[in-house]
Ligand binder design. Structure first.
Ligand code: COA
Length: 327
């Protein structure tokens, strides 16, 4: 059976940098608290006029450019996001039109911070089964627009941006996706949510005034589930591929909290220096965090041919997943 291979990566983030010192002026917090509890020092924030596609599109174009593949060869466009330009049409269709992927299948998926791994899993199935030849998977988020900037529990955590990969079906290559594992537990949906703005509670002034249209999170409980689920799903995808933990050359975890990343790395016994962390510069960019990290590593030339790369993420749903590939 054909294997899905990543042939290009790209990313784009807003120019505006919001530091912890800036946040000290907005809410009752300190740089010391944020750095010691989360590892975050700054994050990128979109301007008033910027939307998801302003970053998703350049990220996609950079991935296509690296792959040397023209947009019209893409026959599947997936955009993972919970902060699309508009509730509908899907942002993936904006990307499809802009890259000239005429007639391609295009849809958005909603799996919060695990969205990119879900997208990877879907693209993998399409490419292996012959339903598509060239897939573009974008993970992007502009959560700053849905953040309550008076809530210190959440506003210090998130950042905006987008990352993308181009995947090709390859019958010859040893490299490519070795496995993707995806899971969910809707009983834990209340831990992290935007209560209003959907069909249960359509946009209303009352909800806006009560701040119900913004992100609500029970951080401490989310933290515990995150560590357990990330470790379990990483273990599962490695076992399914018949690989040992010490064979992982790069572990790219969702960048939600440095303490979560370190706890998972310890549980998985990832070799020292083989976990990629950039949370200090971007915060939690949700669906964008794994593809942004992947692109940074790739463009820095730090992933070598044949390297085993493990990605894992968790997020609102709750949903979690891991993807494993040979570079
Ligand atoms: N600055 C200063 N104090 C803050 C603060 C901030 N930005 N945010 C919260 N606090 C306070 C709380 O009010 C609380 O004070 P209290 O004890 O007087 O009530 C205290 O810090 C401890 O809060 P707690 O929630 O127990 O802290 P924590 O160690 O769990 O860290 C998170 C909070 C949010 C950083 C952490 O729980 C976390 O990262 N959780 C996972 C979140 C996540 O990954 N979400 C995304 C999933 S994709």
């Amino acid at each position: 059976m054909k294997r899905a291979r990543i042939v290009g990566t790209g990313m784009a983030v807003p120019e505006k940098v919001l530091t912890n010192a800036d946040l000290e002026k907005i809410v009752d917090t300190t740089d010391e608290w944020i750095v010691s509890r989360t590892g975050i020092r700054e994050r990128r924030i979109a301007s008033e006029h910027e939307a998801l596609s302003d970053f998703a599109l350049p990220a996609a174009q950079r991935a296509l450019e690296m792959a040397g593949i023209p947009g019209d060869e893409v026959d599947l466009v997936i955009c993972a996001t919970v902060s699309p330009d508009t509730p509908f049409p899907a942002t993936s269709t904006q990307i499809q039109a802009a890259i000239g992927a005429a007639g391609a299948a295009a849809f958005d998926i909603s799996a919060a911070c695990t969205g990119f791994i879900y997208g990877l899993g879907i693209a993998n199935q399409y490419l292996r089964a012959g339903g598509a030849k060239t897939a573009l998977v974008v993970g992007g988020e502009i959560l700053s627009k849905f953040t309550d900037w008076t809530d210190r529990n959440t506003c210090v955590l998130f950042g905006d941006g987008a990352g993308a990969v181009v995947l090709r079906a390859d019958g010859e290559s040893e490299s490519g996706i070795l496995g993707v594992s995806l899971h969910s537990d809707g009983h834990l949906g209340h831990l992290l949510q935007r209560p209003a703005g959907g069909s249960r509670r359509p946009p209303s002034l009352r909800d806006l005034e009560a701040d119900q249209s913004f992100i609500k999170m029970r951080g401490n409980e989310t933290f515990k589930v995150a560590v357990r689920s990330l470790a379990e799903v990483s273990d599962e995808v490695l076992k399914a591929a018949g690989l040992a933990h010490e064979e992982v050359d790069w572990f790219i975890p969702h960048q939600a909290n440095l303490r979560i990343i370190e706890a998972v790395g310890r549980r998985l016994e990832i070799r020292e220096g083989h976990t990629y962390v950039n949370i200090e510069r971007y915060g939690n960019t949700s669906a964008a965090s794994v593809p942004i990290a992947l692109d940074e590593l790739n463009r820095a030339g730090r992933i070598e041919e044949g390297d085993i790369v493990l990605c894992a993420a968790f997020g609102s749903g709750l949903v979690w997943g891991a993807g494993l590939f040979r570079w």
